[in-house]
Design a binder for this molecule. Structure first.
Ligand code: ADP
Length: 646
């Protein structure tokens, strides 16, 4: 199948364009996909770090408050048994940090001072328990922000003993600041955690300072953390409990003992979070050792997730963050789809542009092709200016025109060669015929001549010599010799024999010619007249010149006879000029046939003519240094002129 140049150009242009765009788009697709995934992970890591920093910033002041109180008591700035001073100090610390919900100090004797935030009847409440081996006195005091006492009651039923609480026992056992397990405050039903620091004096532990922190604020913070459209962050305990979640209501669930507890990640009512992290919790234990990045699928969407341990706080917590990949890559994907459409549209436009361009490019080529066809058919001359086209085609055109010119010249030469060849073969044939004829005729002519000689000698020996008979015989003898001479000359001429050039008497030759043709002329009723003044001798081949004259006179007589001219007259006249003599043969015939080109081989108006006579005669005239021409100026008669050098 063959396609047009225009179509090929258009398809190639559009195809290349599409391919180029496709390569760029697909490369950018792969790289952008990778970059976006990395970007998503970076964003997650950033969100994790953010949550971690925020949680630290939230927990750290509480621990510092516990440790500061511990040092204050250890240094004796505040005496541990000075309950009033201790309460005031703890009260101030509580006011300084909003996330602290309560501060307390319990000692080895079971005494307990506890300041906390309260819903009423005042903003703060203090519990002071004093113990001796037999009894315990519990006093509750509500205070305003200015520490002013609003209300105070005794609670005789309170059996609370700090020494039996986990925070106390753990701090005492470990002799260092400890965090308790997170728990749900019974009264507020809010999640919290406590930090406890043992107070040491002289190597002995005298009591434990404790700080309660409400960690619901961390959940609030997480809910405000902008990760992505559908991304989320939570905090997991190493036992798989969810400590903080953007939706705080999710994390508190009733346990079997009608108490509240934290929901485990396996049970949370957040399917994506569950899908993201359940499998990371090994036998309910979440690895908090190192940062873990994973990907997972949920309901056909691909997600990225991250576990980032909360460092610096000695808490077994880890920040867990997840987000669907499409939150980060959707824009890129949309953009990519747009790009592919754009590429298709551009390619289509490129194809159209390619077609237009191809048309533009091809127009001069087509004009050139049409012109070339017309030139080759000969309908437009090659010299005609070329339509506007390209340099290359102009060059091609020049070559083409050269070729055409050369071909026509070749053609002309072939034609001429053909003509020459056929001429040559005809002349050759004629030569052979003439030579044969001359040979055949020479025998009887010689016989005639010998017999005439014998007749003359016999007649002249007679007594009564018949003078007329002798004249006739002598004329016969001359003619027989002339015939022999003509035959020899003819043979010599045809053989390209130049013959012998010698001075001869033209008057004598003309007289002989008159004698030779006299009888023939009178047979046709033609008056053959010779009007010749005495002429100088000329040098040349006498026989050939005679042949020319005979041919000219015969042509004249044939023209008259053929046309049956009313006046039948042939006049041969001559004139001597300084360097040459001219002989004219005039006749009263019809003149030259306009279809005949004189002196051209094979041009004849006669049925049995060969059209060679005049051309041979001109060659003879010129070979003898003379000329032969037709005198057009001579109007009343047909005149051929022969000039011969003197
Ligand atoms: P051919 O006699 O065989 O035709 P020529 O070369 O002698 O060949 O003559 C060529 C032609 O020239 C003749 O056929 C004739 O038409 C023309 N021609 C020659 N001489 C005369 C003349 N005197 N009058 C008219 N036509 C002539």
């Amino acid at each position: 199948m063959k396609f047009s140049l225009g179509l090929v150009l258009a398809i190639s242009l559009a195809g290349l364009q599409f391919l180029a765009i496709l390569i760029v788009v697909s490369t950018s697709f792969v790289t952008s996909e990778k970059a976006m995934l990395q970007h998503a992970r970076d964003l997650l890591a950033e969100a994790g770090a953010n949550a971690s920093a925020h949680s630290n910033g939230f927990l750290k002041p509480a621990r510092e408050a516990a440790e500061l109180s511990k040092r204050v008591i250890e240094s004796g700035i505040i005496a541990e048994d000075d309950t009033a001073q201790l309460e005031q100090f703890l009260f101030q610390s509580l006011q300084n940090e909003s996330q602290i919900s309560g501060l307390y100090y319990g000692d080895e004797s079971g005494n307990f001072v506890y300041v906390m935030r309260s819903d009423g009847p005042a903003a703060f409440r203090t519990k002071i328990m004093r113990r001796d081996p037999t009894s315990v006195r519990t006093e509750l005091i509500w205070r305003g922000p200015d520490f002013a006492e609003v209300e105070a009651v005794l609670d005789p039923d309170d059996r609370f003993d700090p020494r039996s609480r986990p925070w106390y026992e753990t701090a005492k056992a470990e002799r260092t600041t400890i965090w308790t397990e997170p728990y749900i405050f019974f009264s507020s039903q809010q999640p919290g955690i406590s930090v406890a620091a043992p107070v040491m004096r002289d190597g002995e532990m005298t009591g434990v300072i404790g700080v309660d922190i409400e960690i619901s604020t961390i959940s609030n913070f997480l809910s405000q953390l902008a990760i992505s459209d559908r991304g989320s962050a939570l905090i997991l305990n190493d036992n798989g409990d969810v400590i903080a979640h953007p939706d705080m209501t999710q994390i508190i669930v009733p346990d079997g003992d009608a108490n509240l507890s934290f929901v485990s990640i396996q049970e949370i009512d957040d399917p994506v979070a569950k899908a993201a992290f359940t499998r990371l919790a090994n036998d309910g234990v979440v690895s908090i050792e190192r940062e873990t990045q994973t990907e997972f699928a949920y309901q056909g969407d691909r997600y990225v997730s991250l576990l980032k341990p909360l460092l610096g706080m000695d808490l077994p917590w880890t920040i867990a963050v997840y987000a669907p990949e499409s939150d980060f890559t959707q824009d890129i994907k949309d953009n990519r789809t747009r790009n592919i459409w754009l590429a298709a549209i551009i390619s289509f436009a490129a194809a159209l542009a390619g077609l237009a361009l191809a048309e533009l490019i091809l127009r001069p080529v087509r004009a050139f092709a049409v012109r070339t066809a017309l030139v080759s058919q000969g309908e437009v001359p090659a010299a005609e200016p070329l339509p506007e086209t390209y340099k290359e085609l102009e060059k091609a055109n020049e070559t083409l025109i050269d070729q055409i010119a050369q071909r026509r010249e070749a053609d002309a030469k072939i034609l001429e060669l053909n003509r020459d060849l056929s001429h040559f073969s005809r002349v050759n044939l004629m030569g052979q015929m003439a030579t044969g004829l001359a040979h055949e005729l020479s025998q009887p002519l010689t016989a005639i001549s010998q017999n005439v000689d014998a007749a003359i000698s016999t007649a002249s020996q007679q007594k009564d010599t018949n003078k007329d008979l002798l004249d006739i015989l002598s004329e016969l003898d001359d003619q027989a010799h002339l015939g022999g001479d003509i035959l020899r000359a003819l043979r010599g001429f045809v053989r390209k024999d130049q013959g012998e050039a010698a001075p001869f008497d033209v008057n004598e030759l003309l007289a002989q010619t008159e004698r030779l043709l006299h009888h023939e002329a009178s047979t046709h009723g033609i008056a053959l007249r010779f009007d010749v003044p005495p002429l100088p001798m000329v040098t040349g081949n006498r026989i050939q010149i005679a042949q020319v004259l005979i041919n000219l006179i015969r042509n004249a007589m044939e023209a008259i006879t053929e046309a049956d001219s009313p006046v039948k007259e042939v006049l041969v006249s001559a004139k001597a000029k300084p360097k040459a003599l001219e002989i004219w043969v005039d006749d009263s015939g019809p003149g030259i046939d306009p279809d005949v080109t004189l002196f051209k081989q094979f041009e004849t108006s006669k049925k049995d003519g060969m059209g060679l006579g005049l051309s041979i005669c001109r060659t003879i005239a010129e070979a003898n240094g003379g000329r032969l021409w037709f005198d057009r100026e001579h109007k009343d008669r047909t005149r051929f002129c022969l000039s011969l050098p003197v």
